[in-house]
Each structure stands twice: as structure tokens, then as C-alpha cells.
Design a protein around this ligand. Structure first.
Ligand SMILES: [Fe+2]
Ligand SMILES: [Fe+2]
Length: 443
């Protein structure tokens, strides 16, 4: 592509931003520049299917080539890319005038960063313009995960010291986790495979929150409801601070008195949460009810109805506990854990909800170790909602069972020659921490 064409496209994006800043949306000048832009794309997409405008080292890049003097040449576009922390904008063949109008409008909204811009565009039904943010690699997921661990730890520390924890950090981190679950629940669920046995309670709390959020969004909960579920998940075992460590960590069977104490944790948790200013009342109810069970065989005794969202926390809690190694239990593979949950359907769990939970995770849930038709062994890192038997797998053992120095990803849906899954592999026979494979980037 010649320099002139690039310059014309960038200039037209820039002037669309300038004009829209000065005039209302239906003003002829605004409509005129956007039409011109769309015409330029029509011409461009005769010979290519997409255009990537990126920001790298303080310079605009046009389809991988840097544009000289882009700050001075296209000041409005440049500053907005930079301030909004946009890494790249991808325009695709078929982009309409309406989509370009929405794109220009959202670019002009002040204080809207790349991540929100992304959701704003999808809300407006824009499918041919995609935004990639600077922090959109897996790095941001891990940062939020670790941040959530910190928040749980501080919250529990406060309680142990007799202080009332603050709602602010909890709300912030639940909000961030919600956004990430909505943007890519596979990556988030993958992170719940991080099982830190030394700080079980912290990891477990964050995992239950993430699994609950993913499940909640899968069954179509509203944002406010997700906030309640996510917060309840994060704080569900907060009442364990009121019970001595020895009982909580005791490997053998518990005495009657010890068990009576354990059974107090939802009650204690509810009381604490009710006293924290700024946490919704409903959160304390979900925490109170997270061990009640569908057939009421759990604790505490609840006479009336149990809130439907409590079951989300109950299922997420059990799923995470089952897939974690603990003193008294070997970890189950995600697919085995789902079978166990199904076996308790109608007893511990609401049958309809367990079915939906299993649907969300698919036949080979994220985190499952699988053997491929090539005899390689890998871990499922991304579900395939269309064909659940063909997820994306990260191969970690070669066909002779040797651990690979550099694991690689294979998309089992990539064509007729892609390998198939022949069965689940046993993680216990192998010394590994599956969580590792979700925290390391591969290209
Ligand atoms: Fe609990
Ligand atoms: Fe729990």
C-alpha cells in the first residue's frame, strides 16, 4: 500500500474525531467525514481483509509499519490512542457507516479506557472494529487474581485483629474480576487451577468467586447480581476466622464438638458481613446459606426458602474443593469433579443448576489433562462452546511421555487433521502444578 493511502486513512480518522468534537452527530460535516472514511475502507478491503492500526513505542503503526511523525500528523487520533491505553484497533472488511459512527463516538468519550471501550463497542453491536488494550494479555488476569488474593488476606487479617474490614477493596476487585470473566471466562477459570496448598483459604476464596462469577454470567445474571455472587464467593468462608486453626486444618475425623464449631462458620460469616458498611445485605444471606444444601442435609437449619443465588456459591465451593488436593483428599480431575457433582444432584445440589454447571464446563473442562490421538498429553486451556470435544489444548508431554521444555498450543477444532482427544490423563501420576500452564504465556 502506498504512503498516500495510509496518510489519507489516518487523516480521515483524525478529522472524523475533530469534526464530531465540534458538531452534533447528525451534522452534515460529521456524516460527510464518516462516509468518506467508510469509502476509503471499502476501497482498501478490496485487496485485504483487515487493517491493524497499533501504537508502539510512542508511534502509530499501520499494518505493522511505523508511521513517521504520527503525533504531529494525526494529533487527535494519536492522543486518544495513547490516553485510552489502546494497543491496537482492528478494522475488518464489512465495516459499516453505523459502526464507524459508534467507534468515533466512543473514542471521544472522556475517561473511557480501552477495556471499557471494548465493552461499549460490543454493547452497540459493533463487530467489525475491535480494540486491543495494552494490558489485554494474560498478564492482566494474573495481576487481578493476585490482587484478589491480597484483598482476601487483608480482609481476614483485619477480622483476626478485631478490626472491621473495608468494603472498598473488595468491591473494586470483584468489579475487576467480573469484567475479566465477561471478557474471557476460560482464562479466568484456568487461573482457578492455581492451587496453593499453603494458603488454601485465600486461593479457595478467590477461586469460588471466579467460578461463581463465570457460572452466574453463563446463566445470564445481571451485573448487580454478579457483584453479589462474586462478593459472596470471595467472603463465603470469612467466618472461619472465628474458629481455631487446629480444627480447620485437622486431617482426621472431627469430634462432635469440633464439628459443631465448624458448622458455625456461615453464621459467623453472616454476622461479620452485616457489619461491613457498603456490602449488600444479600451477600450475607448467600454466605449464611452456602452449606444448607438442596435437600437441607447441610447446615445451618433453614426453614424457609434458600436464595437461588446461594446454590451458585454452593456449587462453586464444592467444585473448587473437589479439584484441590487437601490433607484428607486427593484432587479430582475437573471432569471427575463434575461427575461427582452430578451424582449429588437432587441431594446437595439443585438438579437444574448442576446440569447448567456441567454445560458450562463441557465434556473436557478447562484444566483437564487429556491424552491426544498423537499420544501427546496436554491440558485443556480453552473450551470450545460449539464442539466441546474439540477445545484448545496446551501440549506438555510429547508422544513418548517426555516433558516438553516449551509447551505449545493446539486448537483441536483447527481442521480435519487436528488431533482428537482419546481420554483423560491422570495428573496424580505426574508431578506438576496445572496452574503453571495458565500463568505462563505461550506464543
Ligand atoms: Fe464454607
Ligand atoms: Fe468454602
Amino acid at each position: 500500500m502506498d504512503k498516500e493511502t495510509k496518510d489519507t486513512i489516518l487523516r480521515t480518522i483524525n478529522s472524523s474525531l475533530q469534526t464530531r468534537k465540534l458538531y452534533p452527530p447528525r451534522h452534515p460535516s460529521v456524516i460527510g467525514t464518516i462516509r468518506r472514511l467508510q469509502q476509503l475502507f471499502l476501497d482498501l478491503f478490496r485487496t485485504q481483509t483487515k487493517l491493524v492500526v497499533a501504537m508502539m513505542n510512542d508511534e502509530l503503526m499501520f499494518d505493522d509499519t511505523p508511521v513517521a511523525n504520527s503525533r504531529a500528523g494525526y494529533p487527535d487520533f494519536f492522543t486518544r490512542m495513547k490516553n485510552k491505553e489502546i494497543e491496537a484497533i482492528i478494522f475488518e472488511k464489512g465495516v459499516s457507516e453505523r459502526e464507524l459512527t459508534s467507534f468515533i463516538d466512543t473514542m471521544l468519550a472522556d475517561d473511557v479506557k480501552a477495556d471499557n471501550l471494548k465493552s461499549e463497542l460490543s454493547k452497540r453491536g459493533v463487530t467489525h472494529v475491535t480494540i486491543r488494550s495494552v494490558g489485554s494479555g494474560k498478564g492482566v488476569f494474573l495481576r487481578v487474581y493476585n490482587d484478589a488474593i491480597e484483598v482476601v488476606k487483608n480482609t481476614l487479617d483485619d477480622i483476626r485483629m478485631g478490626k472491621l474490614p473495608r468494603a472498598g477493596p473488595v468491591k473494586r476487585v470483584v468489579g475487576e474480576m467480573t469484567e475479566l470473566v465477561l471478557s474471557d471466562s476460560s482464562v479466568m477459570i484456568g487461573l482457578t487451577m492455581i492451587k496453593n496448598y499453603d494458603s488454601y483459604l485465600y486461593n479457595h476464596s478467590v477461586n469460588v468467586s471466579i467460578i461463581g462469577l463465570s457460572f452466574g454470567s453463563f446463566i445470564g445474571l445481571e451485573k448487580e447480581e454478579l457483584e453479589v455472587v462474586g462478593t459472596a464467593g470471595l467472603l463465603h468462608d470469612i467466618g472461619k476466622t472465628g474458629i481455631t486453626e487446629e480444627i480447620i486444618k485437622k486431617p482426621g475425623t472431627l469430634s462432635y464438638e469440633e464439628w459443631e464449631q465448624i458448622k458455625q462458620h456461615p453464621v459467623i460469616g453472616e454476622k461479620i458481613i452485616k457489619r461491613i458498611n457498603g456490602i449488600k445485605e444479600l451477600v450475607s444471606r448467600l454466605v449464611y446459606e452456602h452449606h444448607v444444601r438442596y435437600d437441607r442435609s447441610g447446615y445451618p437449619d433453614v426453614k424457609g426458602d434458600v436464595h437461588p443465588m446461594s446454590m451458585i456459591v454452593t456449587i462453586a465451593d464444592s467444585y473448587d474443593a473437589l479439584t484441590t488436593l487437601r490433607v484428607y483428599q486427593k484432587p479430582y480431575q475437573p471432569s471427575e469433579a463434575v461427575k461427582i457433582l452430578k451424582g449429588l444432584s437432587g441431594k446437595h445440589f439443585d438438579p437444574e443448576m448442576v446440569e447448567k454447571f456441567a454445560d458450562m464446563l463441557g465434556v473436557y473442562p478447562v484444566g483437564t489433562l487429556v491424552r491426544l490421538s498423537t499420544n501427546e498429553v496436554g491440558v485443556v486451556i480453552r473450551a470450545n462452546p460449539v464442539d466441546t470435544e474439540r477445545p484448545v489444548v496446551k501440549v506438555i508431554y510429547d508422544k513418548d511421555g517426555r516433558l516438553l521444555g516449551e509447551p505449545f498450543e493446539v486448537d483441536l477444532a483447527s481442521g480435519p487433521h487436528a488431533p482428537r482427544i482419546v481420554g483423560a490423563a491422570d495428573p496424580c501420576s505426574r508431578e506438576m502444578d496445572l496452574g503453571d500452564f495458565f500463568t505462563k504465556e505461550t506464543n
